[in-house]
Ligand binder design. Structure first.
Ligand code: 5AD
Ligand code: SF4
Length: 473
């Protein structure tokens, strides 16, 4: 392990205390992908075991952890402005005799940990995504005044080193949960930092995933989303050490009683094999909604992105999925303005979007990331061109999302209710397609899948009426 102590600084004097120390409070703020959301819950659970209570307010926090994202320049820069604000808050607290430790975790920590310590002196600790199980020990070192960076790739299995969350901790997080099954990426798309920040692909053993899912379900979770940077490249060992696929693990988990919904994200088209497509036909609990990033519809750009498939291959996968499960809907990620992208390339992306028809999608302007091959290309696209293309693409994707939402009106849909709605007497949940749904109904429905009829659709949510027998229940 190469944790590095950069320098020692004096800790400000604490207030004179005679009474037992109050419970320290931690605020974990997560940015970026679902992997970070999952990591944030595991960090909070771990610190819960160490006596920290969670808070949502910076004012109360003795410890603030920024779980950062490095995928685009904007995401990374946001962290420095957030740190600037935290540094001011910390100074004010110090002037009042209190302290607040500031930790930078996640992918910015991994990619530029030492720069973070240099650029923002208020940061006490930098911890990469493979080291957060060492947080308690690292915090103790920070408490004694050291500024530490731990950005090692795994020398031990961090998941095994983490304590299991308690039932109360699981309950507090609601009925839908993430389970990381795979981390890292070997694909090396030419625009992407993930293979550098999250390292090589590695899959958790089957037994660990089944045990974690069972524990969640025992504590009341009914929807589990299996996550990984390349989740469909999952190849974890079973008890005999045999390679297990994502399709096989989905089948195993579907047998768990009390688990009503299964999802997985994010997938790569190249790993979208027939067995996984067939799982959509065979496993009713597997939701008919697949997030399958395509990035571009131009074969030339897909090649330059090192995506290892062409537009036709993507269209074929979409077709096969629809054959296996006719009610399946797709979502995707797109990048516009990749170096060298011409108007014709962009038009090919628009054509692919029209051909597939997406329920919902994420689209981004290409952001040159240091250390990635595409960043060094001389044919970078001008900002105003990227903006124009993004606006055109987003208009088309919004139109498709709207049409998809409108098409649900009058239909009967199963909704997993998760929380009280914004207004008195309302409850809110999610459709199989991740659409936000609200309805008039008793909070007793929370934590259950309930049949509703969709009565109205907006661009971001649906309103529903409980079917009569459910309303009586
Ligand atoms: N610029 C813009 N978008 C990017 N993504 C990944 N790297 C970049 C980049 N350098 C997008 C891809 C990916 C999603 C998570 O973020 O669309 O699927
Ligand atoms: Fe990045 Fe490509 Fe790996 Fe996805 S598959 S994490 S875009 S390198």
């Amino acid at each position: 392990m190469t944790t590095e102590v950069l320098e020692a600084v004096e800790t400000p004097p604490g207030p004179f205390k005679e009474e037992p120390a109050p419970t320290p409070k931690v605020l974990v703020k997560s940015y970026g992908c679902q992997m970070n959301v999952y990591d944030a819950t595991r960090m909070a659970d771990l610190l819960g075991r160490e006596g920290y209570a969670e808070t949502q307010s910076e004012e109360d926090a003795d410890l603030v952890i920024l779980n950062t994202c490095h995928i685009r320049e904007k995401a990374a820069e946001k962290i420095y402005s957030e740190l600037g604000k935290l540094a001011i808050a910390k100074r004010e607290l110090n002037a009042r005799g209190r302290d607040m430790k500031i930790v930078v975790a996640g992918c910015v920590a991994q990619a530029e940990g030492e720069e973070v310590l240099k650029r923002q002196r208020a940061v006490d600790l930098v911890v990469g995504p493979q080291s957060y199980h060492r947080l308690p020990e690292l915090l103790r070192r920070a408490e004694s005044g050291a500024r530490v960076a731990d950005t090692d790739f795994a020398v031990e299995d961090k998941f095994r080193a983490l304590p299991a969350p308690s039932r109360a901790q699981i309950r507090a997080r609601g009925v839908s949960a993430f389970v990381t099954v795979q981390e890292g990426c070997d694909k090396f798309c030419s625009f992407c930092v993930v293979p550098y920040t999250r390292g090589a692909e590695s899959s958790r053993p089957v037994a660990e995933i089944v045990a974690e899912t069972r524990r969640l379900v025992d504590a009341g979770v009914c929807e589990v989303t299996l996550i990984g940077q390349n989740v469909n490249a999952y190849r974890g060992p079973d008890a005999q050490g045999r390679e297990t696929t994502l399709a096989q693990i989905l089948e195993l988990l579907a047998r768990i009683e009390g688990l009503t919904r299964l999802r997985y994200t994010t997938s790569h088209p190249v790993d979208m094999g027939q067995a996984l497509i067939d799982a959509h036909a065979a496993i009713p609990k597997l939701m008919p909604y697949v997030h399958l990033p395509v990035q571009s519809g131009s074969d030339r750009i897909l090649k330059a992105m090192n995506r290892r498939h062409d537009a036709q291959a993507y269209l074929s996968i979409a077709e096969s999925l629809r054959k296996a499960r006719p009610d399946v809907a797709l979502s995707s990620d797109f990048i516009v303005g990749f170096p060298g992208e011409t108007d014709a390339d962009f038009e090919a992306t628009m054509a692919l979007v029209r051909a597939v028809g997406f329920a919902s999608s994420f689209s981004f302007k290409y952001s040159a990331r240091p250390g990635t091959p595409a960043a060094d290309r001389p044919d970078q696209i001008e900002e105003h061109v990227k903006s124009e293309r993004l606006a055109a693409l987003q208009a088309l994707l919004d139109e498709q999302r709207r049409a998809f939402n409108d098409a649900t009106v009058g239909r009967k849909v199963d909704v997993l209710f998760e929380k009280p709605g914004r207004h008195e007497g309302q409850i809110a949940g999610k459709s199989p397609y991740m659409q936000a749904v609200h309805a008039e109904g008793s909070i007793e429905h929370i934590g259950r899948e309930v049949s509703v009829e969709i009565v109205a659709a907006g661009s971001n949510s649906l309103s529903a009426r409980l079917m009569s027998e459910e309303a009586k229940a």
